[in-house]
Design a binder for this molecule. Structure first.
Ligand code: HEC
Ligand code: HEC
Ligand code: HEC
Ligand code: HEC
Ligand code: HEC
Ligand code: HEC
Ligand code: HEC
Length: 339
C-alpha cells in the first residue's frame, strides 16, 4: 500500500515538474518600476496551458480583488485601480485552491500637480506600451489600431478599439465630450508625438502633444483670443499645461473637469495659501477667509474660493484679479462688501 502511494506521489511530482517546465505562468503587465499618471492599470497574465481557475490582486494593503478565469484561457486581462504614490501589486493565480503562481511588482502613480508626488527616477521610469514590439504579444486577440473618423461619434462607443482596453477612462461622473465619444486618436492622441511631444519623441504611437494648449484651443477657439489677448497669464496657462488643472477625460467632482476642488487645486501649488490667508489681516489678527463662507458674487450660492477673486487663466489686472483694482482698493472690495 505504502509503496503504491509513494509511486503515485512520485509520478505526480514528476508530472508536476514536467508540467511546470513548459508552462510557466508569466505576468506580462505591469512591467514593474513603471510610472503611471492615470488611476487605472492593466494586469495581463500569460497563463500558458496551466488550467488556472482564478486570480487575485492586491494593491498595497488594499482590498483583495478576485476574478474567475473562464476555462480554456491562455491569457487573462483585467484592470486594477492604483493609489497615489508607491503601489506594491501582488498577483496570485490559483487552480481552485492551489497556488500556481505569485508575483509582486511595484509601480508608481505620480501626479501632474502635486510636488510631493515626485518620484525617484532612479527606480521608477516611464514605460510606454504602444510600440510595435510590445503590442505584438497582444495582437493575436486585440486590434490596437485606430478605427475612428475625425468628428464622427460612434453609434456605440464599444465599437472603438481603444474602448476595449481603456473603458475605465470614461467612468467618471462628468465627461469631456471628445473622450465621452471615444474620439481618442483623432482628437488628442494623434500620434504626432515626434513633432508635438518633444520630451517623449517617438516613444508611443498615441502620445498627446505636450504642451497641450494648442490642441485644446484648436477646439475651444473662443478662448484663443482671450488667453493670448490679456495682459497677464497664469504661469501654467502661459506654458500651455491646461492638463495640470483639467483632466482631459473627465472628473468626478467638477463639470469643468478639474482634477481637484478649486481651493484644493490652487493650494496644491500655492501651499502657503493653505496655512495663512491673505488680502487683509483684521485687527484681531484673523486673515481674510478663502473658503467656508458663501461667495456674495455667486448667483448659484457657491462657496467662496480662490476664483471668487482671481481668474484661473488670464487677466488684465495684476495678481490675476477678476476686476480692476487700480481705481482704488476699497472700490474693489465693494464687489462683495457693500458698506
Ligand atoms: C489570448 C487572447 C488575449 C491576448 C493575447 C491578450 N488579451 Fe487582453 N483580453 C482578452 C479578452 C478575451 C478580453 C476581454 C475580457 C475577458 O473576457 O476576460 C481582454 C481584455 C483586456 C483588457 C480589459 C480588461 C478589463 O478590465 O476587462 C485589457 C486592458 C487587455 N485585455 C490588455 C491586454 C494586453 C496589454 C495584452 C498584451 C500584453 C493582452 N490584453 C493580450 C484576450 C487577450
Ligand atoms: C490591447 C489593449 C489596448 C488597446 C486596444 C489600446 N490600448 Fe492603449 N494602452 C494599453 C495598455 C496596457 C497601456 C499601458 C498602461 C497600462 O498598463 O494600463 C496603454 C497605454 C496607452 C497610452 C499611454 C501611452 C503609452 O503608449 O503607454 C495611450 C495614450 C493609449 N494607450 C491610447 C490608446 C488609444 C488611442 C487606443 C486606440 C487607438 C488604444 N490605446 C488601444 C492597452 C491598450
Ligand atoms: C476635439 C475637440 C476638443 C478638444 C481637443 C478639447 N475640447 Fe474641451 N470640449 C469640447 C466640447 C465639444 C465640449 C462640450 C461643449 C462645450 O461646453 O463647449 C468641451 C467642453 C470643455 C469644458 C467644459 C466647458 C464648460 O463651459 O462647461 C472644459 C473645461 C474643456 N472642454 C477643457 C478642455 C481642455 C483643457 C482641453 C485640452 C486638454 C480641451 N478641452 C480639448 C471639445 C474639445
Ligand atoms: C491653474 C489651473 C488651470 C489651468 C492651468 C487651466 N485652467 Fe481652465 N479652468 C480652471 C478653473 C478653476 C476653471 C473654472 C471652473 C469653475 O468655474 O468652476 C476653469 C474653466 C475652464 C473652462 C470653462 C469655461 C470658463 O471659463 O469657466 C474652459 C473651457 C477652460 N478652463 C479651458 C482651459 C484651457 C484651454 C486651458 C489651457 C490653455 C486651461 N483651461 C488651463 C483652472 C485652470
Ligand atoms: C500647477 C501649479 C499651479 C496651480 C494648480 C495654480 N497655480 Fe497659481 N501660480 C503658479 C505659478 C508657478 C505661479 C508663478 C510663480 C508664483 O507666483 O508663485 C503662479 C502665480 C499665481 C498668482 C500670482 C500672479 C501674479 O501676477 O503675481 C496668482 C494670483 C495665482 N497663481 C492664483 C492661482 C489660483 C487662483 C489657482 C487655482 C485656480 C492657482 N493659482 C493654481 C502655479 C500654479
Ligand atoms: C477675497 C479675495 C481673494 C481670495 C478669496 C483669494 N485671493 Fe489671492 N489675492 C487677492 C488680492 C487682493 C491679492 C493682491 C495682493 C494681496 O493683497 O496680497 C491676491 C494675491 C494673490 C497671490 C500673489 C501674491 C501672494 O500673496 O503670493 C497669489 C499667489 C494668490 N493671491 C493666490 C490665492 C489662492 C491660492 C487663493 C485661494 C486659496 C486666493 N488667492 C484667494 C485676493 C484674494
Ligand atoms: C469675492 C468676494 C469678496 C471680496 C472681493 C472681498 N471680500 Fe472680504 N469677505 C468676503 C466674505 C464672504 C467674507 C466673510 C463674511 C462673513 O463671515 O460673513 C469676508 C470677510 C472679510 C473680513 C472679515 C470680516 C469679519 O467679520 O470677520 C474683512 C476684514 C474683509 N472681508 C475685508 C475685505 C477687504 C479689505 C477686501 C478688499 C481688499 C475684501 N474683503 C474683498 C468676501 C469678499
Amino acid at each position: 500500500m505504502k509503496t503504491i502511494l509513494a509511486a503515485v506521489i512520485l509520478s505526480l511530482t514528476m508530472v508536476g515538474t514536467l508540467f511546470a517546465v513548459d508552462s510557466e505562468i508569466e505576468l506580462v503587465k505591469p512591467y514593474g518600476q513603471d510610472i503611471y499618471l492615470t488611476k487605472y492599470a492593466a494586469v495581463v497574465l500569460d497563463l500558458k496551458q496551466s488550467g488556472a481557475k482564478r486570480v487575485t490582486a492586491k494593491v498595497g494593503d488594499g482590498e483583495v480583488i478576485e476574478r474567475r478565469i473562464p476555462s480554456d484561457r491562455n491569457f487573462f486581462c483585467f484592470t486594477i485601480e492604483l493609489v497615489e504614490g508607491v503601489n506594491k501589486i501582488t498577483v496570485t493565480v490559483y487552480d481552485r485552491d492551489r497556488e500556481l503562481f505569485k508575483s509582486v511588482r511595484t509601480v508608481y502613480r505620480g501626479s501632474v500637480i502635486d510636488k510631493k508626488l515626485k518620484y525617484s527616477t532612479k527606480f521608477f521610469h516611464k514605460q510606454f506600451f504602444h510600440k510595435s514590439e510590445k503590442e505584438k504579444v497582444c495582437a493575436e486577440c486585440h486590434d490596437m489600431s485606430m478605427n475612428e473618423e475625425k468628428g464622427v461619434a460612434f453609434e456605440n462607443i464599444t465599437e472603438s478599439n481603444c474602448f476595449n482596453c481603456h473603458y475605465p477612462v470614461t467612468t467618471d461622473k462628468y465627461l469631456h465630450a471628445p473622450a465621452a465619444n471615444w474620439l481618442c486618436a483623432t482628437s488628442c492622441h494623434t500620434g504626432e508625438n515626434g513633432r508635438f511631444n518633444r520630451k517623449y519623441k517617438d516613444e508611443s504611437k498615441y502620445l498627446y502633444p505636450d504642451p497641450i494648449a494648442p490642441k485644446c484651443l484648436s477646439c475651444h477657439k473662443e478662448f484663443k483670443k482671450k488667453f493670448y489677448g490679456e495682459r497677464y497669464r497664469h504661469e501654467p496657462v502661459d506654458n500651455g499645461r491646461c492638463n495640470r488643472c483639467h483632466d482631459p477625460h473627465g472628473s468626478d467632482i467638477s463639470n469643468k473637469f478639474l482634477r481637484k476642488r478649486v481651493w484644493d487645486l490652487c493650494t496644491t501649488c500655492h501651499v502657503d495659501k493653505k496655512r495663512t490667508g491673505h488680502v487683509v489681516r483684521t485687527f484681531s489678527g484673523k486673515s481674510h477667509p478663502t473658503k467656508g463662507v458663501k461667495d456674495p458674487t455667486s448667483k448659484t450660492g457657491e462657496e467662496l474660493s480662490c476664483i471668487s477673486c482671481h481668474n484661473p487663466h488670464v487677466s488684465n489686472n495684476g495678481y490675476m484679479l477678476r476686476d480692476y483694482m487700480g481705481r482704488g482698493t476699497m472700490l474693489w472690495c465693494k464687489r462683495c462688501h457693500q458698506k
